[in-house]
Design a protein around this ligand. Structure first.
Ligand SMILES: [Zn+2]
Length: 219
């Protein structure tokens, strides 16, 4: 098999080998990487969490790595702790993805996110990622009308209530509602999404995940 993938984790396997778990267009797979002489440049690039690699492996239930090249090395961008933390958020979500999703469609988006870490504002990358990935979980925040009465007038965003509220049913952030709509529905390049108060937005995203998924985002 030949594929590309993003390294999620690695575990030791026997004396000199590793099992490397990758997120690929086929979903999550484990590849056995033996201490083989055929791997010219050692295994470091293949075992480094967050690296994007292209690889050839045997066709078996636990494929064995035959060769690989690094497409994107995140290691060089790890000089600030924030990038490492942001990568941690992405990796954990990928590890927790439901099994029945369209990975072929999701993979290019995830690849773009990982590539942008440490280059584009990490807060923005994580905010776009976390809002867009809700779609994958089949979760649609109520962004077009009031969650309580269906009114479309004078809406603002309250994460704990699940989305937009009219002024009779709550008072959230009006700017946020615009950003949530843009990030959830638009399909732009990462750089083209609007900037906003990312502290506020990330706070809302964490609250939303916490209330509606019981999922704590550690960022
Ligand atoms: Zn209302």
């Amino acid at each position: 098999m030949k594929s590309e993938g993003i390294v999620l984790s690695e575990t030791d396997y026997k004396e000199t080998s590793k099992i490397v778990n990758l997120y690929t267009p086929m979903g999550k797979i484990g590849v056995k990487a033996l201490g083989s002489k055929r791997i010219k440049n050692g295994l470091l690039g293949f075992t480094n969490t967050g690296n994007t690699v292209e690889f050839v492996a045997t066709d078996s239930s636990l494929p064995t790595l035959e060769e690989y090249t690094i497409l994107d090395s995140i290691y060089t961008r790890f000089d600030d702790l924030k990038t490492a933390k942001a990568l941690g958020v992405v990796i954990r979500i990928l590890n927790d993805l439901p099994a029945d999703i369209d990975n072929k469609r999701l993979y290019p988006f995830v690849k773009g996110i990982v590539e942008a870490l440490g280059k584009v504002n990490n807060d923005k990358v994580i905010a776009v990622f976390l809002i867009k990935i809700l779609y994958v979980y089949g979760i649609a925040p109520n962004l077009k009308s009031c969650v309580k009465c269906g009114s479309t007038n004078e809406l603002s965003f309250v994460p704990e209530l699940g989305g937009a509220v009219c002024k009779d049913h709550g008072l959230g952030n009006i700017e946020s509602l615009k950003i949530w709509n843009e990030y959830y529905y638009d399909k732009k390049k990462l750089n083209d999404y609007s900037d906003t108060d990312f502290n506020l937005l990330l706070g809302e995203i964490k609250a939303y995940y916490n209330y509606h998924l019981g999922y704590r985002i550690n960022y």
